[in-house]
Write a protein that binds this ligand. Structure first.
Ligand code: ADP
Ligand code: MG
Length: 241
């Protein structure tokens, strides 16, 4: 792949005797939506952790982002370089309003990336189509979907080149998943490369241009989503796992 935005070579993460991520290599093209699938415990979240350095980088291997090595760099440096993420468990500040939550992200993000925080917060809320009339509601009083929108807006406020999402559809109803699908396409069309881990296969297959499947920490296969998902080894991993 010429000029990938992200390239991993032999990325490995061990916890004592356990190898959670095993010799993982792949590239992500600039502007694509790249899906990561795999059974529970296959190393998906740990792989994201390695990339963002939160809370740790890889034990071994090399990660290139925008042509620069980021493995071993501190999380804020990786974030400043333009790689933002959301977490599997929603970080929530129940007493802040929706606007404050994003503007706070904007304060840190903008400070880190040198842009105008209030403009960026406005832009991020618009991009996720956050209901304007709810901007002054406390985060705790928002719907599950509105919290997801905020979580994504808080990452977008740093105007990242790559947005990484760890199971964003969890807890959402079917219509909400459809709305999330459309939202992700819109964010992507605004120029943000997206990496998405998702348990909800329908969403993953619908939004991803390419799909990587992990099993026991290693890459099982990678390719066009509809082909990948029909691979007997993938079926076996999901049923067996
Ligand atoms: P997934 O996100 O695919 O469900 P994880 O990346 O969370 O999988 O976990 C992969 C494996 O690594 C699991 O066996 C998990 O128990 C282990 N693991 C993850 N984080 C840690 C940690 N901080 N310390 C020890 N083991 C961990
Ligand atoms: Mg996980």
């Amino acid at each position: 792949m010429p000029d990938p935005i992200l390239n991993l070579q032999g990325v490995t993460k061990t916890f004592g005797g356990l190898t959670a991520v095993k010799d993982v290599s792949f590239s992500v093209a600039r502007g694509e939506i790249f899906g990561v699938a795999g059974p529970n415990g296959s190393g998906k979240s740990t792989l994201f952790n390695c990339m963002t350095g939160i809370p740790f980088g890889p034990t071994r291997g090399e990660i290139m982002f925008n042509g620069k090595r980021i493995d071993g760099q501190r999380p804020h440096a990786i974030f400043r370089a333009g790689l933002a993420r959301t977490f599997q468990k929603d970080a929530e500040f129940p007493d802040l309003t929706a606007w404050e939550t994003v503007a706070l992200g904007g304060h840190y993000g903008a400070g880190l990336r040198g842009s105008m925080s209030l403009d960026a917060a406005e832009e991020a809320l618009d991009l996720v189509q956050f209901d304007t009339s709810r901007r002054d509601m406390k985060t705790a009083d928002l719907s599950v979907y509105a919290k997801k929108q905020l979580m994504i807006a808080s990452a977008l406020v740093a105007r990242p080149d790559i947005l990484m999402l760890d199971e964003p559809a969890s807890g959402l109803t079917r219509p909400e998943i459809t709305a999330l699908d459309e939202l992700l396409i819109k964010v992507n069309e605004a120029g943000v490369t997206i990496l998405i881990i998702e348990h909800v296969l329908g969403l993953l297959l619908s939004v991803s241009q390419r799909l990587l499947v992990l099993n026991n920490g290693a890459v099982l296969t990678e390719g066009e989503p509809q082909e990948v998902i029909r691979d007997p080894r993938v079926v076996e991993a999901y049923i067996g796992g």
